[in-house]
Design a protein around this ligand. Structure first.
Ligand code: G4P
Length: 301
């Protein structure tokens, strides 16, 4: 299992993030609601410590609603402001500004007490590739609402701030974070979502991994979509893929099952939400992993 992310990229992103973070009052980290833990980068917490931070669970249109609510409660209990987004259709994005304002209330109050003039609140959007950062920014801006305010002193030329309603300025380019890799299961989940290309993982390997993740909790969805029998559901993951190919009639000349095509169909249908709304991890997985590691680790089981 290997996802390529070069140390050079990491160093560059880290530097950019450190520069940008110094300019803002609150950071919005966008994660994929189908893997709210595996698509989150702990480095940001290290850098940002306990300052106002918003976790935006995006692509909720594809995620399991009950699990999304559990993740929201779990992250809120850790001090995050959480918003649930479907940036593709615009749902939830209007909550980001008011939530940021609420989280920064104390800071602004203190500034006012010290006689500082009222000022705009500055936000930036971050996240690993493909979680929907640009879509979120575009949605927040809207067409008519936004106006570029130009460069500010101390801000390099490339940085633009977009003025929003409610006294908020948003950095116009998202901060890119890298995915975390310390646990191969995290990489596998990211590969299932298809956000980041895993160099050494072909579609077949990823589809077999995905079936393994889906069969327990979402077995009924699999059975329904691929007309699988209870007997077939008891087969191992590779055999299950074979059964799906058979039911779908994906064959190569000579009549053998077309493994590659079956795998791609399974992945596409999962990624496009055709199997139903699915989340690949739950807060309990993280809690269990922590317990198994003696309370130290937070990798997913
Ligand atoms: P990024 O800046 O974080 O890298 O992500 P970006 O906004 O480019 O979004 C990545 C893909 O995810 C886009 O699809 C985008 O339309 C989709 N997307 C963003 N937000 C949502 C959401 O809330 N729900 C759903 N269902 N999709 C969302 P794309 O351009 O078609 O790219 P791809 O499908 O080829 O990856």
């Amino acid at each position: 299992m290997e996802i390529q992310w070069f140390p050079g990229h990491m160093a560059k992103t880290r530097k950019m993030m450190e520069e940008n973070i110094a300019l803002v009052d609150a950071v919005v980290e966008v994660v994929d609601a189908r893997i709210p833990y595996s698509s989150k980068n702990p480095y940001l917490d290290e850098l940002w410590k306990r300052r106002p931070r918003i976790l935006a669970l995006n692509k909720t249109d594809l995620a399991d609603p009950a699990k999304t609510e559990r993740w929201k409660a779990w992250y809120e209990a850790q001090g995050y402001g959480v918003v649930l987004l479907d940036a593709l259709h615009g749902a939830g994005v209007s909550q980001i500004g008011p939530l940021a304002r609420r989280l920064c209330q104390e800071k602004l109050k203190k500034e006012a007490e010290r006689g500082r003039q009222e000022r705009a609140l500055r936000l930036m959007i971050t996240g690993i590739p493909n979680v929907g950062k640009s879509t979120v920014i575009n949605r927040i801006i809207g067409r008519k609402e936004a106006a570029k305010t130009g460069n500010k002193p101390g801000v390099t030329k490339a940085k633009q701030w977009i003025r929003l309603r409610g006294g908020i300025e948003l950095l116009d380019t998202p901060g890119m974070l890298w995915p975390k890799f310390e646990d191969p299961r995290i990489g596998e989940r990211i590969a299932c979502i298809g956000s980041i290309k895993a160099e050494n993982l072909d579609a077949y390997t990823v589809a077999v991994l995905l079936l393994g993740l889906l069969r327990e909790e979402y077995g009924a969805l699999l059975m329904e979509r691929y007309k699988l029998t209870p007997e077939e559901m008891r087969e191992d993951n590779e055999r299950l893929l074979f059964c799906i190919g058979e039911h779908r009639g994906h064959r190569v000349s000579g009549g053998h099952i077309d493994w590659e095509r079956t795998a791609r169909v399974i992945l596409d249908e999962f990624r496009n939400g055709k199997m139903g709304r699915i989340t690949l991890e739950a807060p309990e997985d993280v809690e269990d992993a922590k317990e198994n590691a003696g309370g130290e680790d937070t990798t997913v089981s």
